[in-house]
Ligand binder design. Structure first.
Ligand SMILES: *Cc1c(COP(=O)(O)O)cnc(C)c1O
Length: 366
């Protein structure tokens, strides 16, 4: 008997090339108090004003404002930007995907770095284009390596600055040098998800570069320092012609009313942001110091997380540490998908969480 041939829809090749994104774990295994340090969330949560704005949304029978005007105007006011040049998205992940869908297709190439944020690769494949990986130097974006890989097919370059999961950054001079070396038809995407945390004189998120060029976009998020990842709020600042293109392909109501209201209130509460940043500035060096004392190697980070490298010794590797920590209520992030076989990423948590992780790791390494 002839085998019956199954006929069914088949996704485009690029779609099937995607390795599904695996989010950070949300649960520990034992009955311990849980410290969730796996997704770079803020230990201070969101501003009480943002929570109040969120709770004030009750007319659920009406569609939201499709242009998220309230939110774009609040962002424009606080960051000193023209709201016409801002687009909001369901997390900056959506904005990154919109960029890929609008500008990339079959035959195009887009570049990101070895340990670049995984969403870039997904968005590039989903758009049918070809990802090109540029090596890093000391786990940091290497401008020359990117420029060496630019061809006439290169339509987009993604740089997370600072990058996740490494926590490293490049100075603004380097960003400008990268931009200057790219063809004018190639888009430079500056993903500044952690910009608020960076306290370095030579760092800039990219506002100035966007303002003065036709091919640079900066993406930002409310998921990190603003503490609103559950609501999915992100945005981008770009040239008007690009924002116009993205607006044409986004869902007409991609932002919901609660996200718009809470985001607007959050961005207006900059004193809360300062509290979150100063908590991080206090605890980041403390955690790094303690890890170093334990003999662990930590990549220098300017974000709200660190990449911890474990010894090669049997039984003391990252996966073992992860299991040991999980049993004791500490949820960190394995980063094998980013090419780090023997490291864990840890978000800077509350004082209690930070102290617990250090104590548990001390026990683990004994
Ligand atoms: C967390 C993160 C984002 C933000 O994602 P959202 O979709 O806004 O929650 C973007 N880029 C990087 C590098 C990140 O780490």
């Amino acid at each position: 008997m002839m085998e019956e041939q199954i006929v069914r829809p088949v996704a485009r090749a690029g779609v099937l090339a995607i390795d599904p994104y695996i989010p950070g774990k949300a649960k520990a295994s034992g009955g311990h108090k849980l410290h969730k340090l796996s997704s770079n969330e803020s230990p201070l949560g969101a501003s009480p004003k943002a929570l109040e704005a969120y709770r004030s949304i009750s007319d659920l029978q009406y569609y939201p404002d499709g242009s998220a005007t309230l939110l774009r105007e609040a962002i424009g006011e606080v960051y000193g930007l023209n709201p016409q040049r801002i687009i909001c998205g369901c997390g900056s992940d959506e904005v990154l995907s919109l960029l890929a869908y609008a500008y990339l297709g079959e035959g195009d190439e887009a570049i990101y770095t070895t340990h670049g944020f995984l969403v870039y690769k997904i968005a590039i494949h989903a758009a049918g284009a070809t990802p090109v990986v540029a090596p890093e130097k000391k786990l940091t974006t290497d401008v020359d390596a990117i420029l060496e890989r630019v061809t006439e097919k290169t339509k987009m370059v993604f740089v997370a600055n600072p990058n996740n999961p490494t926590g490293t950054y490049i100075p603004f001079d380097e960003v400008k040098r990268l931009h200057a070396g790219l063809p004018k038809s190639c888009i430079l995407v500056l993903d500044a998800a952690y910009a608020e945390y960076v306290r370095r004189n030579d760092y800039q998120a990219g506002i100035e570069l966007v303002a003065n060029s036709e091919n640079v976009v900066m993406t930002r998020t409310f998921s990190k320092v603003y503490g609103l990842p559950a609501l999915r709020v992100g945005w981008a600042y770009g040239p008007e012609h690009m924002i116009d293109a993205l607006n044409r392909i986004r869902g007409p109501f991609n932002m919901n009313s609660a996200a718009i209201a809470a985001g607007a209130a959050a961005v207006r509460d900059q004193s809360f942001v300062e509290q979150s940043v100063s908590h991080n500035s206090e605890w980041l060096p403390w955690v790094v110091d303690e890890m170093t004392k334990l003999g662990l190697d930590v990549t220098p980070s300017v974000g709200n997380f660190i990449l911890i490298h474990f010894p090669d010794e049997q039984g003391k590797r990252a996966a073992d540490a992860d299991a040991f920590l999980l049993e004791r209520g500490c949820v960190l992030r394995q980063v094998k998908a980013y090419g780090f076989d023997n490291a864990l990423r840890m978000s800077i948590g509350s004082e209690e969480a930070n102290r617990d992780v250090v104590a548990v790791l001390a026990e683990f390494l004994k």
